[in-house]
Design a protein. Structure first.
Lengths: 650, 650
């Protein structure tokens, strides 16, 4: 038997179901869960609908990091609801101001070797510690809390060997941008990215977080790093040396796919609007006017990611044309930046210090003016995600962002020494992390079940969903192109997020970025179909992007291919995800066409090809599905919750 | 001749028109102006409409402190427009992040003896330095920038003699709350409040800012303090010792009205929902549950107002039920708090540190949940101003706010030593203020007139307004009670502020807090009337609260009495402000009644009683106006701008 890689070790240790052959469905035991407020209110409503008394995971943490602007009463109502739900169901509660879930979870709860399911697509960031961390839909996190295994399609393991060391002015963000430059936003679909090789030694655990986080942008199932000496040092710095467990690939480990990056050869990279996959060298776009620089988010969350910006700006003023918006990751990191003097340097330089949390990354404020370039250290620049419909958002490292903050133009940071006499800063961090006392509310003892959920009128309930009819007939209400993100299906941002707990109201925003008439047409049409190109549903894990159109009557999507989490969410809520057997048939179906599929139950259970009849065009075409028998049953029942309820009733 | 008080000296030094008899219209030369973004975009559009080339004031500063959440592209579009307008017209530009206008202006530009007109009702705060500082509508600030005198009704001078010193746990906020407890929100109408007496010596210039700021809540024209040794010390601390000018009342000065407060006898006070005039001792409401504490705003803007909260919270955790929202005043004050260690204490205690600016004070985020008590150090708690329709906002000192933050209940801070062993903190501030370099962009040299205004599509233009018809006929579309604030006429907050530069869009929100159908009915009705009780239009200076209903067809208001700024704004934009000669007639007019006034021009020019015919009720009643001949001409022309244009055309 050959040696195992880290991914195989982690999956092997948690597998309770299925075989480890790529493409097969496997079930994994989940040790920890993470929810944030934008997806978490729905998860708590799902726990209520499931009738759960108390979570069965070892550690489940509810963060409040998304919906922080509080422009009306709904936001605080959500916070009160979440806090009560944590007491009711036995979760840790991380209140507003504590910060972004992923780095905070890594710092305070991450344990090498543990499995983590999170209702946020960037949950994979915890792979930086040697965890098996997977972003999934909220309902799957709810099921994991209920003690059920998490089901995944067994991925292929993509070994990326790192050699060399990063040159000055080049940092971890440029590593993941290089991956995106090479492979694009679909490059990781069906894969786990596992980094290995001698280059790892020079990457701190938080650098690895940067790389693992944006594995989501590659479409990867997750990203995995070994738990090595750098992880040991990280946990020691965080005051948790006792939680370290060494997990290394065996010397003779093999990978399903192989790749290599020479870190020494990297240069500053930037993703141009409007996709994380549009990566070019910074020098190729240098000189473009910049009006905003946004620092923060789970993609560059580390102390060093802010401290390097502060060091570059120290004693200087930001360019008067540039709004420098700093979103500190967490209370802990802001406290340490303040101890280091970095906070003062940022304030003095003219930066705007915002409250800790996701903020600008998810369009929670900081929307740029139309067409004005905004350079951001965040993970995504999908159209409109910033809050501005015709935005121009670029993704880059903190070094590249800081260079633009000083010059007012896109600037290769390697030119700063010559241009302004700025040397690459050498940072000195505190001896150890300053962990604020009492940051979290721990789960109460077992009598929590007597706690009443605090539900303002703005906290809705989960709509009831009916089973899939055996004769599916309905119009194609939308025909979409490739790479449609969940930001486009159902936006986040300040206008929409306040309604996250109220599906009926929220549904009005469905596909609003693409077609403002969709919601009204859907209510009129009833059962209907959406047709899409490749990589449908990329981006955020929000299951609202399924629940809301499902509420409006969406029963099936026919696409060339799907992003993993959205595909799972569709099944969870009883929407049939079909794929064109011949992608060329995509061109034969028109918006408005009436489609029809007969004997659906038998067809789905049989597997294989299904014939769709296009009544309008009077043509037939063939589709397939990749649903497991478990998922078929779920979809036929109308979704996971109706299925569980029907079992309880029988 | 008897000696002069400070008010008389200041008015005397700036009077260019009228006599100093209370009730007469006077014209004042204006040295400085202050605009903020929520009112400033309209002011810049007015400068453009007036055809001004370059401001004629000595110092005019444009701040960006209100509209900072940037939930869509309009906010940054406003910032770009304002910056270009500053270059075009020769103003100082204070960018987002620099902080709240009033304390920042005081610290960086305030000069004892100068006159200041500001398009913000709290402009009066600069009276703390011995300035004559008046909050007015934007158009009057625009006229002042054009070198025109500012017209006011000569107020009576209300001398408030202060004796004693404040006890521990009682601070400046309690002094102005005591004034509001005694006199209510209309107590200062037609008056300037001038503080004098031996108690002044113990109040710093920034303490005086707290008291002067909320003079606006008394309805006073402004508040005045002498420029004495405490002001000298303040300017020296700010690195501007050279700007000090001593201005003291003559020893035999007299006041039109006299009052006295023994500071030693004060106790912690709090204004209960939903008016700054609902003041009670904190001890009377102690024990009520608290879910939010908001620290900041121009009402408690000083370093000590934050440092005292930090000192009380230092080494403790905020109560887990309470969201402690800290809105630092300005970049300068946040930097100094950081130097002092107070920022770190706040972060560690669990407070949420928001960006510098007005923020929660104007409902720019931080909206509380319905009915949950929010204790705030801000100046106003009008219904819905927090962003939550059924809010429960209380106004108090930083000491009282901090006590609630620690205990989760309304708590008399004097009980903290016994309750929790917390002694009244002794604060040590830095040796001198740390003034950030290059905080402002200075006005460019004269070639500024060639700068083009940067106008995104969301920057509208000022609508054209027609002259007042000689036969005024229209329905009473709304009948309102007493003390209706401009927050209720046209809200601020995150939902509405983004449209501040676009009157047509903004008008949809008019009276939305009171009657959501008003805008639609008004568009249908055309010319119409609003009937109101006493103190109509109190609160914010926003002239949008006139321009928007005027755009919808409002031609006259008939009220028992008016708040000063709103009354002036009505005249500026050609809306006739009438008063019931017999307040009892208020009860005889019904919503929906058709009203009619004939020969309006002759009636207005004649002065005295005007007969209004109520067609519906078939009754007549008598109204009056207090407009000067200057204002009558303006109203007949349709407002100040049509008047100026008609002069230019003739």
């Amino acid at each position: 038997m050959t040696g195992l890689n880290v991914t195989q070790k982690l999956i092997g240790a948690h597998r309770v179901d299925g075989t480890m052959a790529p493409g097969a469905e496997i079930g994994l035991r989940i040790d920890q869960t993470l929810t944030q407020d934008a997806t978490g209110t729905m998860v708590m409503l799902e726990l209520e609908a499931l009738g759960l008394d108390r979570v069965r995971t070892r550690t489940s943490v509810q963060y409040v990091d998304h919906n922080l602007l509080q422009t009306d009463e709904r936001n605080m109502a959500d916070h009160l609801f979440l806090r009560s739900a944590c007491r009711r169901f036995g979760l840790w509660y991380s209140k507003p101001g504590n910060g972004v879930s992923h780095p905070t979870h890594m710092q305070r709860f991450g344990i090498p070797g543990d499995s983590l399911a999170g209702s946020d697509s960037h949950t994979c960031a915890a792979g930086s510690l040697g965890m098996l961390a997977v972003g999934v839909g909220g309902l799957e996190v709810a099921m994991a809390m209920a003690g059920e295994p998490l089901h995944l399609t067994m991925p292929r393991v993509w070994g990326v060997r790192l050699t060399g060391t990063l040159p000055p002015w080049v940092s971890a963000k440029d590593v993941i941008l290089e991956m995106l430059r090479r492979h694009g936003v679909g490059g990781g679909v069906g894969r786990v990215v596992e980094y290995h090789g001698p280059g790892l030694a020079a990457l701190s655990a938080m650098d690895r977080h940067v790389i693992a986080n944006m594995g989501a942008e590659l479409g990867a199932t997750t990203t995995v790093f070994p738990a090595d000496e750098r992880v040991r040092a990280f946990l020691a710095y965080e005051g948790r040396a006792g939680d370290f467990v060494e997990i290394l690939a065996d010397p003779d480990a093999r990978y399903d796919v192989e790749d290599e990056i020479d870190l020494s050869a990297l240069e500053p990279l930037i993703a141009a609007p409007t996709s994380p996959g549009n990566v070019v060298p910074v020098r190729e776009v240098a000189g473009e006017d910049v009006h905003q620089v946004v620092i923060g988010s789970s993609a560059n969350p580390g102390l060093r990611d802010f401290a390097i910006v502060a060091a570059i700006l120290a004693g200087r003023q930001a360019h008067p044309q540039v709004s420098v918006d700093v979103n500190p990751t967490s209370r802990q990191i802001l406290a340490d930046l303040t101890r280091m003097g970095a906070t003062l340097d940022l304030i003095r330089s003219g930066a705007r210090l915002h409250q800790t949390g996701c903020m600008g990354c998810i369009g929670m404020g900081q929307a740029p003016a139309v067409g004005r370039n905004s350079l951001r250290t965040v993970p995504r620049n999908f159209p409109g995600r910033s809050g501005t419909k015709e935005d121009s958002v670029w993704l880059c490292s903190p070094e590249t962002a800081a260079a633009a903050a000083v010059t007012g133009r896109i600037t290769d940071p390697r030119t700063l020494p010559d241009l302004l006499g700025i040397d690459y800063p050498v940072l000195t961090r505190p001896e150890r992390a300053g962990v604020p006392e009492g940051m979290f509310e721990p789960p109460p003892p077992a009598e929590g079940r007597r706690v009443e959920l605090v539900k303002a009128p703005s906290i809705g309930r989960l709509p009831d969903f009916d089973p899939l009819p055996d004769l599916l007939r309905g119009p194609v209400l939308l025909k979409l192109g490739d790479d449609v993100s969940t930001d486009e299906i159902l936006p986040a941002g300040a206008r929409v997020l306040p309604f996250r707990s109220d599906i009926v109201r929220l549904a009005e925003f469905t596909f609003g970025q693409i077609d403002e008439g969709y919601a009204a047409r859907a209510r009129q049409a009833g059962p209907h179909v959406v047709v899409a190109g490749g990589n449908y549903g990329q981006g955020s894990s929000r299951e609202h992007a399924v629940i809301a159109p499902r509420h409006l009557g969406l029963r099936a999507v026919i696409a060339k291919s799907y992003a993993r989490i959205h595909w799972q969410n569709l099944a969870n809520f009883g929407v049939l995800a079909l794929e064109f057997a011949d992608p060329a048939d995509y061109d034969r179906v028109g918006e408005g066409d009436e489609l029809c599929v007969r004997r659906l139950r038998a067809e789905l259970e049989r597997g294989g090809d299904i014939v769709v009849h296009d009544v309008t065009g009077n043509i037939d075409f063939v589709v397939r599905h990749r649903l497991s028998p478990r998922q078929v049953e779920m979809v036929l029942a109308g979704g996971q919750i109706p299925l569980i309820r029907s079992r309880g009733a029988s």
